[in-house]
Design a protein around this ligand. Structure first.
Ligand code: SAM
Ligand code: FES
Length: 353
């Protein structure tokens, strides 16, 4: 017993590739020793590359207006109960000031797809942040845009871009999104971002409605082809004002098993233990790190809007100030034998412009 499992883990690790059967074997694991073997291999892999350093990315949720209507998302345009807000440029800069004081070297500007923030506004914002904090990286996470728009953000100084592909299977994509959106365009956006020169992040939610093991395998194939620099995965968590309100949440165990597999497949990848994981399980982020994750994204949004950027129910850290989250996370990281990095935390070997 267990040998099939350990062989699968060893092969994934050695080949940096995975078969459907291996994925199935690992995800169907129900033996504690097997599970621990996988996590140990994933940790060893991460520790070899990152020396037990955890990168913190200050997350600024600067608008919850969104023109899209994704069935899973609490800030979808059809949710009339969402209390909408936008931060001013000055407010966003203030968040960066606070983040810089706390030692963060990356600011992640995330928001709904909000037409108010034209390319010109985004570029001005990026330029202002880079001018004030040239040693810091700016990551954008503002959805699907044209090649030209992405290029303008890059030319303004943005370094990284997060755009989860959500699911690589077109039919599944169609069950999670209205017909105005397509998986094909999402994938094209990721290819464009890479071509332009961003460090690029893709990813999925684990346990979305209608997701099958075959879909997750397709996600693995897609990621192996794309070769992303960052991979964001977290459990799907239902939001009460969405069409998926009665759907079951994704599993924490499946999420951490997948994190560990991803670490074996992509030793250098920047892999967050997400806020959704910390929401689904009070120790979710620690479990994520112990399964090979090496990034955490503390919230830098002003306290008065935190409770409004609700993608899913029960989101953690909506009552805390940035400084409180910073101390809390530092303690959590140190308690499990890791430490917060000082550096900007680019993809290993990345040469800045
Ligand atoms: N608008 C940008 C985009 O679409 O990439 C960035 C914001 S979007 C809200 C960020 C991510 O939140 C999505 O890619 C999705 O994976 C995740 N998300 C949305 N609703 C969620 C839910 N109910 N549970 C877990 N994650 C969710
Ligand atoms: Fe926000 Fe722990 S990270 S309170």
């Amino acid at each position: 017993m267990g040998n099939g499992f350990k062989n699968s883990v060893d092969e994934i690790k050695n080949n940096k590739d995975i078969t459907y059967e291996q994925l199935k074997t690992v995800l169907e694991c129900n033996d504690k020793d097997d599970e621990e073997y996988l996590f140990e291999k994933a940790r060893e892999t991460a520790d070899k590359v990152f020396q037990k350093e955890i990168y913190l990315r200050g997350l600024i949720e600067f608008t919850n207006y969104c023109k899209n209507d994704c069935y899973y998302c609490g800030i979808r345009c059809s949710n009339k109960n969402a209390d909408r807000y936008r931060l001013t440029d000055d407010k966003i800069l203030e968040c960066c000031d606070i983040g810089y004081e706390l030692g963060y070297k990356t600011f992640v500007l995330q928001g709904g797809e909000d037409p108010f923030f034209t390319d010109e506004k985004i570029c001005n914002l990026v330029r202002r942040i880079k001018q004030k904090y040239p040693a810091c990286a700016v990551t954008l996470s503002i959805g699907e845009k044209s090649y030209e728009s992405y290029k303008s953000y890059f030319d303004a100084g943005a370094d990284r871009y997060l755009l989860r592909h959500e699911t690589a299977n077109e039919e599944h994509y169609g069950k999670l999104h209205p017909a105005t959106l397509s998986g094909a365009n999402r994938k094209q956006c990721l290819k464009n971002l890479k071509e332009i020169g961003f460090q690029v992040g893709c990813g999925i939610m684990v346990g979305t409605p209608y997701q099958t093991l075959e879909h997750i395998y397709e996600d693995m194939r897609f990621m192996l082809e794309l070769k992303p620099h960052m991979i964001g995965i977290g459990p799907f968590i239902a939001h009460k004002d969405t069409p998926f309100k009665d759907e079951p949440n994704g599993s924490v165990k499946e999420t951490i098993l997948l994190l560990a597999i991803l670490r074996l497949l992509f030793p250098n990848v920047l892999l967050p233990a997400t806020t959704a994981l910390g929401t689904a399980d009070a120790l979710g982020r620690e479990k994520g790190i112990l399964a090979g994750a090496n990034v955490i994204m503390p919230n830098l949004s002003p306290a008065n809007v935190r409770g409004k950027y609700l993608l899913y129910d029960g989101k953690i850290c909506t009552g805390e100030e940035a400084a409180e989250c910073n101390i809390c996370l530092k303690n959590r990281i140190e308690r499990i034998g890791y430490h917060v990095a000082d550096s900007r935390g680019d993809y290993p070997g990345w040469r800045d412009r």
